[in-house]
Write a protein that binds this ligand. Structure first.
Ligand SMILES: C[S@@+](CC[C@H](N)C(=O)[O-])C[C@H]1O[C@@H](n2cnc3c(N)ncnc32)[C@H](O)[C@@H]1O
Ligand code: SF4
Length: 403
């Protein structure tokens, strides 16, 4: 797989290459806001997030919305030469955005709306920990024009939750979903499969419990054992078994069968939804639309330039207070690199992608191996089969012409 280079230094003004605005009017514009705070760190998670004791001075939670407002003002200046594009989707992720008061999320959304406008029917999501989503909080989100919440359920099995080092109260998933629904918010649940100690039965039970909450959307991720996490250290020391890729593949197949039977269709390798309830923001990533990622460590992609912010909230705040862009580095993609990205990202979607010139020769073998859909290929598209979804990297290599 082609690795992203370290990047070149990003200009302090945040300015983009002139060509970034070419064709922008035809590209949807999305925003991601990274809120890097958690009450406790889960043992498996290596996201860019900090507990209160890890944060240190200079990056207080209560200043976060105001600091983010400075980056929004900078983005507005940088994008001044672009055609006006109201935001199609906004996604607050983390971390745990719902650790902030709802008025802070509402305030950041209002600042974004004032800067760029919101498209009619814009999809506005926040991630939420089950312990943080009360009825009052959900009502405040809905009043501020949020349309969706994505709740980190992970599992219904207390034993699995303990191995994951999750501290949320499993009973709160039901109350969080009820709070979201009664406020009129669409609801998604995140699940993790293949945790050491999980069985086929306990995974089925987690899926069925999630389905029982009647969410609009379910994401299911294979547990990754990440360097530098508590779980990673426990696996390295032999205290917990490593994940087994064959078991994870079996669990993926169980997920797809159980979810499909309950009316949730896959639209991206790790995402299933009721018809019409797909996460548009997710799809913007896989289609390589333009998005600006605000917040510490957030990544952006605008018109073929990728850039990414400094990771620590203090360094992020210091730069913005000095009037300097928080972007740490950037990569201006060549046409070849843009095509590689189109393949690597688009292959994950159920709608697939048009057969790339580099992959034409591989198509007969991919069909014979049961990795892509033969009928779609006749129409000029590459669409993964269930087996292909389990081996998506192999298909990607073949389409890139890498042997
Ligand atoms: C930012 S968190 C979601 C919101 C909230 N912080 C929570 O955990 O309740 C995003 C999702 O990433 C997934 N995730 C994080 N680390 C993972 C890992 N190592 N392997 C698989 N999934 C992971 C979890 O399902 C988690 O819900
Ligand atoms: S999984 Fe969610 S709550 Fe847990 S540390 Fe990661 S971001 Fe925080």
């Amino acid at each position: 797989m082609p690795a992203f280079p370290d990047g070149e230094p990003a200009p302090e003004t945040g300015e983009l290459p002139a060509a970034s605005s070419d064709g922008a009017a035809a590209r949807p514009f999305a925003v991601y806001v990274h809120v890097p705070f958690c009450r406790v760190r889960c043992g498996y998670c290596d996201f860019n997030t900090y507990t209160a004791s890890e944060l240190g001075p200079g990056a207080d939670r209560q200043d976060f919305a105001a600091t983010l407002g400075r980056e929004i003002a900078l983005a507005q200046r940088v994008l001044a030469g672009f055609p006006a594009r109201p935001l199609d989707t906004v996604f607050f992720g983390g971390g745990t955005p719902t650790l902030l008061p709802a008025r802070d999320l509402a305030g950041m959304l209002a600042t974004l709306r004032d800067a760029f406008g919101l498209a009619s029917g814009a999809e506005i999501t926040t991630e939420a920990n089950p312990d943080t989503l009360t009825p009052a909080y959900a009502q405040a989100l809905a009043a501020a024009c949020f349309t969706r919440v994505s709740i980190g359920m992970q599992s219904a099995d207390p034993h699995v939750l303990a191995i994951l080092d999750r501290t949320h109260n499993p009973d709160n998933v039901a109350s969080a979903v009820a709070a979201a629904k009664s406020a009129g918010l669409a609801c998604s649940l995140d699940l993790i499969y293949g945790t050491p100690g999980e069985s086929d039965e306990s995974w089925r039970h987690s899926l069925e419990t999630a389905i029982g909450h009647e969410p609009d959307h379910i994401s299911a991720y294979a547990l990754g054992i990440e360097e530098g996490t508590k779980l990673g250290a426990q696996v390295r020391r032999g205290l917990i078994d490593d994940v087994d890729p064959d078991v994870q593949a079996d669990r993926y197949e169980i997920a797809d069968a159980v979810l499909a039977a309950a009316g949730y269709d896959w639209y991206e390798v790790s995402n299933w939804a009721r018809p019409g309830k797909e996460c548009r923001h997710n799809v913007h990533y896989w289609k390589n639309s333009d998005w600006w990622g605000f917040g510490p460590g957030a990544h952006s992609h605008i018109g073929g330039t990728r850039f990414w912010n400094v990771k620590h909230p203090r360094a992020y705040a210091e730069r913005l207070i000095r009037g300097v862009s928080p972007a740490h580095a950037r990569e201006v993609l060549s046409p070849e690199a843009r095509e590689e990205e189109r393949i690597m990202l688009g292959i994950r979607l159920r709608e697939g992608l048009s057969i790339p010139p580099t992959g034409k020769d591989a198509i007969p073998t991919l069909i014979a191996d049961g990795l892509i859909d033969g009928a779609a290929a006749i129409k000029g598209r590459v669409v993964l089969t269930l087996r292909g979804r389990l081996l998506a990297d192999r298909v990607t290599y073949a389409l890139l012409g890498v042997r």
